[in-house]
Design a protein around this ligand. Structure first.
Ligand code: DON
Length: 550
């Protein structure tokens, strides 16, 4: 198994647990989740507590001012999906980020007040808790109140990020925010106290959704919008509601996949990818060997082309779900692939764009003692979102509007293109790639998985699943294993350092594959239920991520 980072958990490793597990991007948030489970809370109670804790300790992506998706499976096998993705404001319009001659205005959908969609996370958590929670709302919000009020110790990575963002944060928040250190530079283990955020969390704790979408917090959001020429109004906030949706399901080599439907493209794309590669003997070829890479890249090329055309908010656009999930259709798409040479993306569908790295979202996976499982991916979009911190509210606003196709064929920050299906419209949700997923084997829980990574999310979840099912890796190894990525456009295979050995690279290049080195692909946080009934965590070594169990 070449290129695989160490850190495997064996059968008797102390990293396996019987009663419950939380894997998230920040150690403090994982600890909050486990404490809730130990107190008798279920996986949804822990998930709500972790979402709010991440909004405090992991402000890059944890959020109150963003959105996300939850996939849920109860111990008894009930499945559900919650869409708490942001929406465009009612006054948003199709060409709002274009100049007078119809070209996208650089950064207009990325930074500042106009980049923000109407936040969905608070309503999402209220809905999830109302339907499935066991502990009181006040109990599950309390850990985040404590962390914001008393402060937490920042990691080395966070200190350096906040120092790097000092100037940009000043630009969008001239009156200061808790993230700006005026006295000196941030250092590892400094205490970050967020008093304004604590007040917001207390209001949410007392009043539920009204604590955020009405009253003082809503007033602060609207005042902030007026200051920065943003669009979100009181009515937009009042009208925001998360949506329960029917999960996408599919099968792969006898495993059942339960994953996120539109407004994410992730679930449909994941099942399409699995269907596309299922006829091929990946296990025989081996992890990241040339035939394996070739088949995966060709599947990704075709599926991402579909994504660009056919995926968008299902409340606004009739996504051809059944057609895309038809096994025969995906087999047919692979029929144009030949072993001799790379299929040019231009032959799959027209277009020519450039991609860019710049990603921050976060995923967490939770299982409880009964076997209930929650898979949540949540985001502000870019790291620290729009960089606007709501004055008085103490939380960052998202820059999710960039996930719309601001102009047909014009790439977004992840190099993704789109058209009509994902055009901006009032109150519409922007398309996502987030792919929180849960797998079953023989009617029982098998895996909880998801990741950040913009356009690479779908790839990372797909390859993590294959690493476990085809290449029989334990959870930690499957997560740590090096990944590669193709997204149709640009027509390049992005590879993490050491993902492919030199012989494999040479063989692929000879067939016309353009191999491009890049930094980390994904940051998967996952849990596997082993044959012997233990929970095995996979916390991505690419970040500060941590698996905690009991
Ligand atoms: O919803 C999406 O697909 C993007 N806004 C996700 C952004 C992301 O993953 C950034 N992360 N690393």
């Amino acid at each position: 198994m070449s290129g695989c980072v160490s850190g495997q958990l064996g059968k008797n490793n102390s990293g396996e647990y019987k009663n419950g597990m939380v894997v998230s991007a920040h150690p403090e948030a994982s600890e909050v989740g486990i404490a809730i489970l130990k107190k008798g809370g279920n996986a949804v109670d822990a998930a709500v507590a972790v979402q709010f804790a991440l909004a405090v300790v992991y402000p890059n992506a944890g959020n109150l001012g963003g959105g996300g998706f939850m996939v849920y499976r109860s111990a008894k096998g009930e499945i559900n999906a919650l869409d708490f993705r942001e929406k465009a404001a009612a006054s948003a319009s199709r060409d709002m980020y274009l100049d007078s001659v119809g070209n996208p205005i650089v950064n207009k959908s990325l930074y500042g007040h106009l980049a923000a969609g109407v936040p969905g996370s608070v309503d999402g958590m209220v809905e999830a808790h109302k339907k499935y929670g066991k502990l009181s709302w006040a109990e599950v919000v309390q850990p985040a109140v404590d962390l914001s009020q008393n402060g937490f110790r920042i990691t080395k990575r966070q200190a350096s990020e906040l120092n790097g963002l000092h100037r940009d944060l000043m630009k969008f928040n001239p009156d200061g925010t808790a993230f700006i250190n005026l006295e000196s530079t941030w250092k590892e283990n400094d205490l970050l106290v967020q008093k304004e955020l604590a007040n917001t969390l207390k209001l949410v704790q007392e009043k539920g959704r009204a604590g955020f979408y009405e009253g003082a917090v809503a007033d602060s959001i609207v005042a902030e919008m007026q200051k920065g020429k943003g669009l979100i109004t009181k009515t937009d906030l009042q009208n925001y509601h998360a949506a329960w949706r029917k999960p996408i399901t599919g099968t792969y080599r006898g495993y059942k996949i339960i994953t996120m439907p539109p407004t994410s493209s992730g679930g449909i794309a994941l099942v399409q990818l699995l269907q596309s590669v299922e006829p091929y003997p990946l296990k025989k070829w081996g992890y990241n060997k040339d035939s394996t890479v070739q088949v995966i890249v060709e599947a990704e090329r075709r599926v991402y082309a579909d994504r660009a055309t056919h995926l968008g908010d299902p409340d606004f656009y009739a996504v051809p779900k059944n057609e895309l999930l038809d096994r025969q259709y995906n087999k047919q798409r692979m029929a144009s692939f030949t072993w001799d040479a790379a299929t040019p993306s231009s032959a799959v569908l027209a277009g020519n764009v450039k991609g860019k790295e710049h990603e921050e979202t976060t995923h967490f996976s939770i299982v409880d003692k009964e076997g209930n499982a929650v898979s949540i991916t949540t985001t502000l979009n870019g790291s620290y979102g729009s960089l606007v911190v709501v004055k008085g509210g103490g939380f960052l606003l998202n820059n999710e509007m960039d996930d719309f196709s601001v102009k047909p064929g014009a790439p977004n920050m992840y190099g993704l293109v789109g058209g009509e299906a994902n055009a901006i419209a009032p109150n519409k949700r922007m398309l996502s790639s987030m792919t929180p997923s849960i797998l079953e084997k023989d009617g029982k829980l098998f895996m909880v998985v998801g990741t950040p990574g913009g356009s690479t999310i779908i790839t990372s979840v797909f390859q993590t699943i294959i690493n476990v099912i085809d290449f029989e890796m334990p959870m930690q190894s499957a997560v740590a294993a090096k990944k590669f990525h193709h997204q149709w456009l640009p027509d390049e295979v992005y590879v993490e350092k050491d993902a492919l050995d030199s012989l494999t690279t040479a063989k692929l290049k000879a067939k016309g594959y353009k191999i491009q080195a890049r930094g980390a692909i994904g940051r998967v946080d996952a849990i596997l239920k082993t044959k012997w009934g233990a929970y095995q965590g996979g916390a991505d070594p690419r970040g500060d991520d941590k698996a905690v169990g009991y």
